[in-house]
Design a protein around this ligand. Structure first.
Ligand code: AMP
Length: 505
C-alpha cells in the first residue's frame, strides 16, 4: 500500500511526502482507515512503529473535514502523554504533518514557566499536546477548557500508570464531553490498562496490535556482556573505541548520578557525549537531545524516565549499562533502535547482582541473549583497586580507611596525643583495601578478612590494646584535658578484658 491510496487530503499527502514517508507502516495501514471513519481505537504498539502518524494523520484529516473552528481557550484534539520530551516530539510531528494546512498546535508541559503556554491558548488551538499535571493546572487557572473537545488520544498509557498519573488521567477524562472520538495507545496491555481503556473508549473499539506484547523487535541484534559493576565504564569505553560503526549510541542507566559518571568516563576518553536526566533543566535536556539528533555528539546517556520520549531516527546501538528492574522497561529501551525498517543492536551489561533481572528479561522476551565478543575482556584494564581518593569520592565524602588512618596519624603527630576527633576518624574510616566497610569497625586485615577483636589483642600484646585508645582510667580526662563522652570513651570493654586477664594471670 502507498500513502496515495489512503483517503488523505492533498495538504496531508504533500506533508507526508515532505517528511519522506512512502509506504505506511503496519500500524498506519491498519489504523488510518478506521480512524477516518470515526471509530475508537485501542492500539497496542511500541514507540518506533510509526504510531504517531497513525493517529495524527486521521485526526488532522477529520479536523479539516469538520468545517468547525476553534474557540478561544479551548482545543479540538487533546493528546495526553507522560513526558515533556514526548510531548514536544508529538507536537513536532503534528506540525510537520499539518505544515500545509491552517491547523494550529500547542504543547504544554511542566517544569517551565506557564505564561507562554497560556498565551498560546488564548485564541484556542486545534491540537493540544499535553502532559497531565500541567494540563490540569492550566484548566484550574481557566487558561484552557476541554468542553469543545472532539478527539482524545491517550498515548503511552502503560507508562502513564507507571509514573503515577492514573488519578490525573481520571480527572481529565471526567472533564471530557461525551461525544468524542477516543484513541488509546499502550505498549503493553496488562489488566489495569485494559480496565482504564474500557473507561475511556466507546464499546467495540478497533483493536490494532502491531508487535506481540512485550516482545522486542525481531530485527534487533542483541549481545550480552557479563561484567563486574566497576568495569562497566571501561567496557563501554572499549567497545565504543573499537567500533566506530557505533555512530548514534543511546546508553541507559538506572540513576542520575550513574549517568553523570558515565559521561565523565567517556569524555575522558574523548568520546562526545551528554546525559539527560531529571536533574538537568529542560533546556539542557533539549540541547543534549538536539545535539544527539544532529550527530554532534555520539553518545546520549539517559535514565529511563528522561528517555521515555526520545524519538531519534537511526539510533545504531542501545546499551543497557544497567539492566532495568522492571523487565518491560528493557523492551522499551531496546525499541529505540531498529526503527522504521532499519537494523539495530542492543548491548546489555550484566553484573553478578543483576543475574536475576537478566533471567526475568529473558523470560519475558522469550529470547536468550547471546554473549558478545569474549575477547574484549582481555583488552580491559584490570579492575581498578579503589584508591583512598576514589573511595572518598565513591563514598560521597566519607573517608576511606587509609585516608582516615593517615589523617589520624597526622593529627596524632600534630597533637602529640589522641583526642576525641582522632577517635571518631578511626571509627569512620574502617574499610578494607577493597573499599568494603568493616562490620566490626576496623578489625580486618589488609585482605579484608576479619581479624580478632581488639580485646583479644589486649591479651595477646601483654595487656596493651592495639586498636583502642588507652586511657589512664575510665574517669580521668584524656591528655587534652577533655573528658571523653561516655559513648566515645575508648576501650571500656577492652579494659574489662584486660582486668580479667590480669586477674587470671
Ligand atoms: P513513532 O512510532 O511514531 O515514534 O515513529 C517512529 C519513527 O518512524 C519516526 O521517526 C517517524 O518519523 C518514522 N515514521 C513514521 N511513519 C513512517 C513511514 N510511514 N515511513 C517511514 N518512516 C516513518
Amino acid at each position: 500500500m502507498k500513502f496515495e491510496e489512503l483517503p488523505l487530503a492533498n495538504p496531508l499527502q504533500r506533508a507526508v511526502r515532505a517528511v519522506g514517508y512512502e509506504t505506511p507502516t503496519p500500524i498506519q495501514e491498519r489504523s488510518i482507515p478506521s480512524l477516518l471513519e470515526g471509530k475508537d481505537l485501542l492500539g497496542i504498539a511500541q514507540t518506533g512503529t510509526g504510531k504517531t502518524a497513525a493517529f495524527a494523520l486521521p485526526i488532522l484529516q477529520r479536523l479539516l473535514d469538520s468545517g468547525k473552528f476553534r474557540s478561544p481557550k479551548t482545543c479540538r484534539a487533546l493528546i495526553l502523554l507522560p513526558t515533556r520530551e514526548l510531548a514536544i516530539q508529538v507536537e513536532d510531528c503534528f506540525k510537520a504533518y499539518a505544515q500545509f494546512t491552517a491547523i494550529s498546535t500547542a504543547c504544554i508541559f511542566g517544569g517551565v514557566g506557564d505564561a507562554p503556554q497560556k498565551r498560546n491558548l488564548i485564541r484556542g488551538v486545534d491540537v493540544l499536546v499535553a502532559t497531565p499535571g500541567r494540563l490540569l493546572d492550566l484548566i484550574g487557572q481557566k487558561a484552557v477548557s476541554l468542553k469543545k473537545l472532539e478527539f482524545f488520544v491517550l498515548d503511552e498509557a502503560d507508562r502513564m500508570l507507571d509514573m503515577g498519573f492514573i488519578h490525573d488521567i481520571r480527572k481529565v477524562v471526567a472533564m471530557l464531553p461525551p461525544n468524542r472520538q477516543n484513541l488509546f495507545f499502550s505498549a503493553t496491555m496488562p489488566d489495569e490498562i485494559s480496565k482504564l481503556a474500557a473507561t475511556i473508549l466507546r464499546p467495540n473499539p478497533v483493536r490494532v496490535e502491531v508487535a506481540p506484547q512485550s516482545t522486542p523487535i525481531e530485527r534487533i541484534r542483541q549481545e550480552l556482556y557479563r561484567i563486574d559493576k566497576r568495569r562497566k565504564g571501561a567496557l563501554l569505553k572499549e567497545l565504543l573505541t573499537e567500533h566506530p560503526e557505533m555512530k548514534k549510541v543511546l546508553v541507559f542507566c538506572r540513576t542520575k548520578h550513574g549517568a553523570d559518571k558515565i559521561v565523565r568516563v567517556l569524555e575522558k576518553a574523548g568520546i562526545k557525549c551528554a546525559a539527560i536526566h531529571g536533574n538537568k533543566s529542560q533546556n539542557r535536556r533539549q540541547e543534549a537531545l538536539g545535539n544527539f539528533k544532529c550527530e554532534q555528539i555520539r553518545v546520549l546517556v539517559a535514565t529511563d524516565i528522561a528517555a521515555r520520549g526520545i524519538d531519534v531516527d537511526d539510533v545504531s546501538h542501545v546499551f543497557n549499562y544497567d539492566l532495568p528492574n522492571e523487565h518491560e522497561t528493557f523492551v522499551h529501551r531496546i525499541g529505540r533502535t531498529a526503527r522504521a525498517g532499519k537494523d539495530g543492536v542492543a548491548i546489555s551489561f550484566c553484573s553478578p547482582d543483576e543475574e536475576a533481572d537478566l533471567r526475568g528479561i529473558e523470560k519475558l522476551t522469550r529470547v536468550k541473549i547471546p554473549e558478545g565478543d569474549q575477547s574484549v575482556y582481555d583488552k580491559l584494564p584490570p579492575p581498578q583497586k579503589e584508591t583512598a581518593e576514589s573511595m572518598m569520592r565513591n563514598s560521597r565524602g566519607r573517608m576511606s580507611r587509609d585516608e582516615a588512618q593517615a589523617r589520624a596519624e597526622e593529627t596524632r603527630n600534630n597533637r602529640g596525643a589522641r583526642g576525641r576527633k582522632d577517635n571518631r576518624n578511626e571509627n569512620r574510616g574502617n574499610r578494607d583495601d577493597r573499599g568494603n566497610r568493616n562490620e566490626n569497625r576496623g578489625n580486618r586485615d589488609n585482605r579484608g578478612n576479619r581479624t580478632e577483636r581488639p580485646m583479644n589483642n589486649v591479651v595477646a600484646n601483654g595487656g596493651v590494646p592495639q586498636n583502642v585508645n588507652v586511657p589512664n582510667s575510665s574517669n580521668t580526662p584524656n591528655p587534652n584535658g577533655n573528658r571523653h563522652h561516655r559513648r566515645n570513651r575508648p576501650g571500656s570493654r577492652a579494659r574489662r578484658r584486660m582486668r580479667e586477664a590480669q586477674n587470671q594471670g
